[in-house]
Write a protein that binds this ligand. Structure first.
Ligand code: C2E
Ligand code: MG
Ligand code: MG
Length: 421
């Protein structure tokens, strides 16, 4: 997925009307581009991409053969990373919608106007270049956080603790014994410095072992299938609570709830979520489900369908721990998320570590580009807050304002109408 290093951008034309293709080729050469080939079918286009490694493909939507231009463009962009601009005489809404989903870099209408041609190509190449840079930064981010995770794991193993099957048996009764509790951590607006919502975070108070961290018991709940019952309960509890605060304080608070990959694979997940939202009388747009990137590795039809359904129901979706897992720009475009949460590991020491500065700036830049709102996790110092504010981050969450607290403590914040920082 690297741009050719030569200065003249190399363009492949996919167009089944030879005269149009030749006319386009002449105009491109006049504008200073190099045309590496003219082909007329999807199969020929893919072979030419492999053979000639162009910087850009100009693709007619209606072409000869089994694959139309949109399907061919999808393969060329998603599998070979070469950007595609469509060339088309006209397009109906369905075709345009299909074309948009392939992550195209724009359209050029026939007959070709040289200035429009030049401007669209230039923009597409710039945008692609920027995305490659961002992707490279995200890869660095990923490696960085994998290293961090393995250090944490080794330390945890050294420290020891109760074995997971003992915890699993305790956890199986924790819900009915009311040992689980939902805590709320404030989400703060950079603009107003006030609470605009909360993330629901589980706590387990075991009578013998004391407080057990969700990072210890959630994986056990996932392995044993207990996450379904626990997840349903958290959602019900959090929606009920936030709806009651909205009414009491007449404010449109949002509530973010974590959803594990296992939960997402349940058949009746959509019905359950929609029902909970309706029963608790919470407005759908006030609920934001937090998913992790790893869930999106498998972009099965079922996953796409589930996400579409939830979006249609008005529920918001965000990517949690962004930058720590499988980071792909493709899925961000494909799944139409509403926001992303920059992982705590990037926010920490953000003002002094050049790598983190570059990564975080790139994430914010990309998010603005994709119209995503950005939440910074783990903001602990004023310097971190200021840095993120300067780079147009939207919401912040972290110990600088408050750790996750009980519902009663959170209600006190609302009562005081507390302004943070
Ligand atoms: P997460 O969703 O990324 O939640 C953010 C975590 O960062 C929370 O840890 C929160 O307490 C912590 N945090 C927030 N601000 C700061 C800060 O300034 N400094 C530091 N050091 N930490 C901060 P917590 O509550 O231990 O939760 C850990 C993870 O457990 C969550 O990460 C989430 O993945 C999972 N989890 C928690 N509750 C649930 C739940 O109801 N369902 C599911 N599926 N997972 C949950
Ligand atoms: Mg979360
Ligand atoms: Mg997180």
């Amino acid at each position: 997925m690297e741009l050719n290093t030569v200065l003249t951008p190399q363009i492949l034309i996919v167009e089944d009307e030879l005269l149009i293709a030749q006319n386009l080729s002449r105009k491109l050469q006049k504008l200073g581009y190099s045309v590496v080939g003219i082909v007329s079918s999807g199969d020929a286009a893919i072979s030419a991409v492999l053979e000639k490694n162009p910087d850009l493909v100009l693709m007619d939507i209606v072409i000869k053969g089994d694959m139309d231009g949109i399907r061919t463009a999808e393969i060329i962009y998603k599998e070979y990373g070469v950007p595609v601009i469509y060339i088309t005489a006209y397009a109906d809404d369905t075709t345009l919608q299909r074309a948009e989903q392939t992550g195209s870099y724009g359209y050029i209408l026939k007959p070709f106007n040289e200035r429009a041609l030049h401007a669209t190509i230039k923009l597409a190449l710039n945008k692609h270049h920027q995305q490659i840079e961002i992707l490279q930064l995200l890869r660095t981010a990923e490696e960085f956080s994998q290293k961090l995770k393995s250090t944490i794991k080794t330390t945890a193993l050294k420290l020891g603790g109760p074995s997971s099957h003992i915890l699993a048996s305790d956890l199986s009764v924790a819900l009915e014994r009311e040992e689980l509790q939902v805590y709320y951590q404030p989400l703060i607006s950079f603009r107003t410095r006030q609470i605009v919502g909360a993330e629901a975070l589980l706590r387990w108070q075991n009578p013998i072992r004391g407080t057990i961290s969700p990072t210890t018991f959630i994986p056990i709940a996932e392995e044993t299938g207990m996450i379904y019952a626990i997840g349903d309960w958290v959602l019900q509890e959090a929606c009920t609570q936030v709806q009651s605060w909205q009414e009491k304080f007449s404010m449109p608070l949002k509530i973010a709830v974590n959803v594990s990959a296992q939960q997402f694979n349940q058949e009746n997940l959509i019905e359950k979520i929609i029902k909970t939202v309706a029963n608790t009388r919470l407005k759908a747009e006030c609920l934001e489900l937090e998913l992790t990137e790893n869930l999106l590795v498998n972009d099965s039809d079922q996953l796409i369908e589930t996400i579409d359904h939830l979006k249609k129901a008005g529920i918001r979706l965000s990517i949690d721990d962004f930058g720590t897992g499988y980071s792909s720009l493709g899925y961000l475009r494909r799944f139409s998320f509403d926001s992303l949460k920059i992982d705590r590991s990037f926010v920490q020491d953000i003002t002094t570590t050049p790598d983190k500065i570059a990564i975080t700036k790139a994430i914010l830049q990309m998010a603005h580009h994709l119209n995503l709102s950005v939440i910074a996790e783990g903001v602990e110092t004023e310097a971190e807050f200021e840095f993120l504010n300067q780079h147009r981050c939207h919401l912040a969450q972290g110990f600088l304002f408050s750790p996750p607290v009980t519902a009663t403590e959170f209600e006190d914040f609302l009562q005081e109408n507390r302004c943070f920082v």
